[in-house]
Design a protein around this ligand. Sequence first.
Ligand code: SF4
Length: 333
Amino acid sequence: MSSAVPLEVGISRSADSGPAGGKRVLLAEPRGYCAGVDRAVETVEKALDKHGAPIYVRKEIVHNRHVVETLTERGVVFVDETDEVPDGSLLVFSAHGVSPAVHQAAAARNLQTIDATCPLVTKVHQEAKRFARDDYDILLIGHEGHEEVEGTAGEAPDHVQLVDGPDAVDAVTVRDDSKVIWLSQTTLSVDETMETVARLRTKFPHLQDPPSDDICYATQNRQVAVKAMAAECDLVIVVGSRNSSNSVRLVEVALGAGAKDAHLVDYAREVDPEWLDGVTTVGITSGASVPEILVRGVVDLLAEHGFSDVQSVTTANETLVFALPRELRSPRR
Ligand code: SF4
């Protein structure tokens, strides 16, 4: 796990550049692209440069509309399953990871594959394999139907059961309550996950914790940053797509931490001017799959509405970078 996870949260702010009591924007830092998304998007771009269009990507490379639309324009074909890819073509697996069955299906069709799975998702896959080998019941906390959860569960389908939030705990049964471990999706709300774990532990007192945090550094850091400013905000705008788990969680975390209102938008044009009625302080953050250009669009739009005083609220500095998949390694940009 990255050293970028703040254990003690220090908050630093850029200087107030505007009039006291005026309309202002608080900009969460960190926000936007994480190391895994940066690597996945660059993987597709490099694969396009090297192999030419079309190349195929199974599922959205990352959960962001703008990224997917931009890559589609460049000749990337997004598919749901391997059987939609012509034999012998190049297929990239998305940042969310895939199960062994998907690797096998691609091999059966002679597809050339590049795996852009985030290394922090791969780490959870390895944990699932290891505890399945030791015959544990694995309680995987995550959202039903999310691609990452399907990939992780697919590593050990006979040992993994999904626990989709605290209310799902009542239905969980295990074979031997002395051999139970919980793992999780990487992009969950930290607080809600701990609530689920507490309820699981009441039911299974010997429940073991994962060897290291499964909720990744980027998810945690973005939640810490939005929490640090939420109580001051009349409105928090989270830039991100509706199918982006970590972006949706940021809206929930902002509201839970005291923001009076919070909305998720893909683009600045989706900001409803009525949200700004009577508002003095707007917080802005973005999910881990969101390019900064989309945040700039929202900042510019707010400036047109008189929110020209922009202050950063910084709770961590991230420096983590992942190497590209082996097939594409060359000096990073
Ligand atoms: S959100 Fe976390 S797990 Fe997902 S791609 Fe980014 S770093 Fe990896």
